[in-house]
Design a protein around this ligand. Structure first.
Ligand SMILES: [Zn+2]
Ligand SMILES: [Zn+2]
Length: 156
């Protein structure tokens, strides 16, 4: 029936989300499952409205309200990264592995460009800080706000 949509969330992701929901007394409804799977078929950064369009284009139905309520749950479950840009717009992107290397974002306050970077030293330091505080990290969120090279050049 839904064979035309080949993109499926990895079973581990589905399981992680199911367990997360269960711990909060919530169920993995078919609507939440559709949202989870479509989140994982969306490559790159997206906003809730982009996902709504994406879901409708694929021929699924999920209400706007459910999408807006489910995205923060996916963030808290560690499956989705939340990025808040300089204009306070919220963007999301799915993780690629349960223990993936974290990437951080440089967000330009002027043109809203989002640059990604990874740095194993930063990852290591953050883990050390968590250990020191006996803190169990689920997701790291690194955002640096500032001005990209192009925007700095325009100021001159
Ligand atoms: Zn810029
Ligand atoms: Zn990113």
């Amino acid at each position: 029936m839904r064979t035309r949509d080949k993109t499926q969330a990895h079973p581990n992701f589905v399981e992680q989300f199911r367990q997360f929901l269960q711990s909060g007394g919530l169920r993995l409804t078919s609507e939440r499952l559709v949202i989870l799977e479509q989140v994982f078929s969306y490559e790159g950064h997206f906003q809730a409205e982009d996902l709504l369009v994406h879901i409708r284009e694929k021929g699924y139905s999920a209400s706007r309200a459910t999408i807006y309520r489910t995205l923060p749950l996916l963030v808290r479950s560690g499956l989705l990264t939340e990025i808040i840009d300089a204009r306070k717009n919220t963007y999301y992107e799915h993780v690629h592995a349960l223990q993936e290397q974290q990437h951080a974002h440089l967000i330009c306050l002027r043109c809203n460009k989002i640059i990604e970077f990874t740095n194993p030293e930063i990852d290591k330091l953050q883990k050390e800080i968590c250990d020191l505080n006996q803190f169990k990290p689920i997701k790291f969120r690194n955002e640096i706000l500032g001005y990209c090279g192009e925007c700095q050049a325009e100021d001159r």
